[in-house]
Design a protein around this ligand. Structure first.
Ligand code: NAP
Length: 335
């Protein structure tokens, strides 16, 4: 375990805001993670696990505890017939894994190409895109339970997966060490979501996991900001699910508003922000809604967490005021 002190959180999170963490503990193995938890306990400090920091709003006041950064990486593949059981360490780059699986001709996570972050972060919010959720291929998640130091292998059913949700959001003592995926050589393209269907209509090759991954990366590059150019955490808000009655009522004044069946109706927040509220590109100080995809917040140099917080609250208030939709943040706050 490598111990660092007074580390700027703006350098550890992709939104690029926040003060300093008292300690950052870099962990490359299970032993390191055990050592990090013991360190935090012996110093009587709170601790928090961070991967690439791509879904985190850090506080300007910093963090008076220990940030545990999981940096173990690599994967192993066990094949039986058409099925492959792939175990990847928590610190492995998510998009790197997607590319490696596609190169091996394995289907199951190709639509999730281009999502920033690590393998260990993927189950936490059950990342999803273009009609695929990571829970669909997760076989099990191996965790260190910091409550008693035990290693536990949780089946997918035990992970409490929901829309951008899992038990890991509620139980911070479960530290993800690795994730096992059930992939297959015998897959078929899942390309019914609009952007992929359009790509198919344009004649793009979508016949293999590799081709789909490349197509998804091209689509995302047009819509989502480049992390090397902007401070951002991707979608800042979740797409809201509202009641059918509420949807029908909004449809009266906005007939072209899309809605998808999801235990209610899932509404693209980008439509609400852009077409109902006219907020595409809206900016205040150093924070703005990304021109190409308004549910993504971007920060410029000099932005503070307080600014981001106030900006996001203002957006949520405007949405509630105009549509009575209560939106929730997808990004987690580090306080
Ligand atoms: P989009 O494709 O314009 O979709 C906007 C919203 O409409 C999403 O909630 C999406 O549901 C829903 N939707 C679109 N087509 C649908 C269909 N055929 N059936 C059911 N629901 C449908 O969204 P975008 O902003 O450009 O993002 C592209 C994809 O990346 C989306 O799937 C989005 O959810 C995903 N994404 C995920 C994360 C994350 O996991 N943290 C962050 C950013 C974007 P779904 O959300 O169920 O896909």
């Amino acid at each position: 375990m490598i111990e660092r002190e007074h580390v700027s959180l703006s350098g550890l999170t992709t939104l690029r805001v926040g003060g300093r963490a008292r300690y950052v503990l870099e962990c490359a193995s299970e032993e390191d993670v055990r050592e990090a938890v013991a360190f935090a306990r012996s110093h009587d400090l709170p601790w928090l696990v961070l991967g690439q920091g791509s879904n985190m709003l850090a506080s300007d006041e910093g963090y008076a505890g220990a940030i545990i950064r999981i940096q173990s990486s690599g994967f192993s593949v066990e094949e039986r017939g058409d099925h492959a059981s792939v175990t990847a360490k928590a610190g492995t780059s998510w998009d790197g894994l997607v590319a490696d699986m596609a190169a091996l001709g394995l289907w199951g996570i190709e639509n999730l190409a281009g999502i920033p972050g690590t393998v260990g972060a993927a189950p936490v919010q059950n990342i999803g895109a273009y009609g695929m959720e990571v829970k669909d291929t997760i076989q099990s998640v191996c965790v260190l339970d910091a409550k008693d130091g035990s290693i536990r292998v949780l089946s997918a059913a035990a992970c409490g997966f929901g829309y951008r949700d899992s038990c890991f959001k509620r139980d911070s003592s479960l530290i993800i060490l690795s994730v096992t995926f059930a992939l297959t050589r015998d897959g078929t393209p899942r390309i019914t979501y609009k952007d992929l269907a359009l790509a198919s209509g344009r004649g793009e090759d979508l016949s293999s996991p590799e081709a789909i991954g490349m197509a998804v990366r091209r689509i995302r590059a047009k819509k989502f900001p480049d992390l090397s150019l902007h401070g951002t955490a991707g979608s800042f808000f979740k797409n809201p699910v509202i009641t059918r009655e509420h949807f029908d009522e909004l449809k009266l004044s906005h007939p072209d508003m899309p809605g998808y069946e999801a235990d209610g109706v899932k509404v693209p927040l980008a439509f609400v922000l852009d077409r109902i509220l006219g907020l595409r590109g809206h900016a205040r100080g150093n924070v703005s809604l990304f021109e190409n995809q308004p549910l993504v917040l971007v920060t410029r140099t000099g932005a503070t967490a307080k600014e981001v917080d106030a900006f996001a609250d203002d957006i949520a208030a405007r949405v509630a005021d105009k549509t009575s939709i209560r939106i929730e943040r997808e990004v987690r706050s580090l306080v």
